[in-house]
Design a protein. Sequence first.
Length: 517
Amino acid sequence: MNALGFPILSIMLAVPLLGAMICLFAPGSEKRRAWRSRWVALASTLATFWLGVLLWARYEIGGPQWQFVEREPIFGRFEWAMGIDGIALMLIMLTVFLMPICIAASWKAIKDRVPEYMAAFLFMETLMIGVFTAQDLFLFYIFFEAGLIPMYLIIGIWGGKERIYASYKFFLYTLLGSVLMLIAMLWMAQEAGTTDIPTLMAYDFPPEAQIWLWLAFFASFAVKMPMWPVHTWLPDAHVQAPTAGSVILAGVLLKMGGYGFIRFSLPMFPEASAQLVWIIFGLSMVAVVYTSLVALVQQDMKKLIAYSSVAHMAFVTVGLFAFNRQGIEGAMIVMLSHGLVSGALFLCVGVIYDRLHTRDIDRYGGLSDNMPKYALLFMLFTMASVGLPGTSGFVGEFLALVGAYEANSWVAAVCTTGIILGAVYMLYLYWRIAFGTLDKPDAAGMKDISLREVLTLGPIAAVVMWMGVYPESFIAPIRDDVGVLLARIERANPPGDAALVMGAPPAAAESHAEPAH
């Protein structure tokens, strides 16, 4: 089974699923069910988090690529196939870390249909973990698509005034992008005679077919990331979603697109990735500059952070398609850091929204006078978003840009402007909210953050600093998997890799790309 002797991955899926069932079907009065569902949801997510900690503790760095493998035939080719590598491990840890924080953030903010709300979050946790653990092509697709449903309900039921429009837009964009991916998966299963993802990652598809397969998967992952110009669903979804919905949308759901590129596009279609890298670089450069400028003029705090997410995720695509170690490792760290920092920024918006019920930046000002603890935490996350050394934001963006520079110096130069523009709009946001004169009576009457709010923001702050000071903790589990991925894609001799362009053999390219520790 695995080193633990029990199916830990299946149990991690079952715990939140069981919690969701209890929330939905346990009897009692409405008030009692609401009280019980909050505690059941918190207990379920904390139990899943500790299972994740056990998973990380027992993960063997330098061991087999696929660990904690579970396989159980169901019918025909379809089987319950689970397993993780270091890349999946880190994204699972991001998921299980953020989920208890989302439940705590919703403790008082959600007052209507609480059992259904908590059940939706628990269902979503099961489906998100399933995406990162699935080793069967169609099992992955089921988890990938089913994750839309609880988020659609969270936006559509507990969202803002325009929630119906935003939820439909979110659902249709992401669903339509995935239809082409399903067609490609059916062809791949027929061609290779298997639906096993590790086998398909080593299968050599015909080069002429790879282009079409790559484009089909790109249609799904580009929407999920989201990449420009198919990003327009994201600001609406963020603005209308409740605070915890925005946290999990930015923190985990967007990362499924990056995970898809790592798991499918790069290893399964390496020749197509090399030929079509110009599409990725072109769209990413536009995204970095355009969405940063759009963020700069926003008056709604959530919209500003949503557009900044598009710009930050462009660093992920540039790093992944730089075809070198620094780029891919940097892209992974950017995903982890962005999941933490953007989630924390949405929580910071939620803190003051719960008090004043507006996200208009001009309604605030001078909050450092009456909310000093809030201002301190908000400043830390602002600095991490900007990429200040010592925070998680610096490590990922630096590595991604180093990788991009090796691939194409012009791409790296354009993307670097995103860091400058990011500093402009994030510092401008912070200045307008935390500094200035506290001349608005309702803002002046707001109390500083409570113990519950400290407990939601504090752990994220600690991990952001940990990742910034000692990133090796997060890079070590993925290092061997990045090496395997590089060995797979370098055989296509992608023109972007500086070491290969200069004629160095693959071994030299690998050592050239090894980061200093």
